[in-house]
Design a protein around this ligand. Sequence first.
Ligand SMILES: C[S@@+](CC[C@H](N)C(=O)[O-])C[C@H]1O[C@@H](n2cnc3c(N)ncnc32)[C@H](O)[C@@H]1O
Length: 218
Amino acid sequence: DSNLSKREYWRKRYNWDKQVKMDWLVDADEVSQNLEPKIQQLRKKTGEVCLNILDLGCGTSDVPSVLLKRCKTPVIIYCVDYSEGALQWQKGLLEDLDQKHGNLLSNYRLVMADVCQLPFKNNFFHVVIDKGTTDSLLKSKDGHQMAVSCMKDVHRVLHPLGNLWQITDEDPDIRLLFLQSIQDEANLKYSSSFEVLLSDDINDYFLYTIKEDSLDKP
Ligand SMILES: C[S@@+](CC[C@H](N)C(=O)[O-])C[C@H]1O[C@@H](n2cnc3c(N)ncnc32)[C@H](O)[C@@H]1O
């Protein structure tokens, strides 16, 4: 559905859909169970006190609040979306947590921005989580170009030791080719791998891990 790549669609949707909150593809508990140990390992690897995490196109997902509540590793979670309704929703969820964070140092920020023009410094994020957002960019007629410019900017803000995690139902045959083609077109270097995050009767849901090639970062 090409609507999924249009800002106006999301603006309206978060306006009329106020009661219906949803997590795309995989629920937040599943995601956080899988990612928490990986985040902990990443903290050891980087040696940082606190990790900056970007939720790219956070929507009304519970991923930021569940991670903030459960994650023992200190994290600052940046919820980024271009829809004000989504950020208002996140504000409610995150305020309701009442600072009962998994770590006292953990916190969150809400940022209204386009995922293709991220208002952050180079190398700032140790983790970028993209659950369904690249998928929605790809629905547009010029989706490939949008996804390329998003990946370029994600690459720019990602720490040399950082990970981008894409959660999608797109088959590895297609997604790995797509990730390879972006490398070639945008002149980026990274390695990609995947695992099955969840299977149900209808679909497999994948977690793709994209790692910077740190030698290649400016
Ligand atoms: C398919 S939803 C996924 C939401 C959430 N990550 C989840 O798992 O439930 C895509 C989200 O990305 C946001 N989005 C789409 N294109 C965007 C863009 N160019 N810049 C910022 N946000 C965008 C939409 O507003 C929407 O909230």
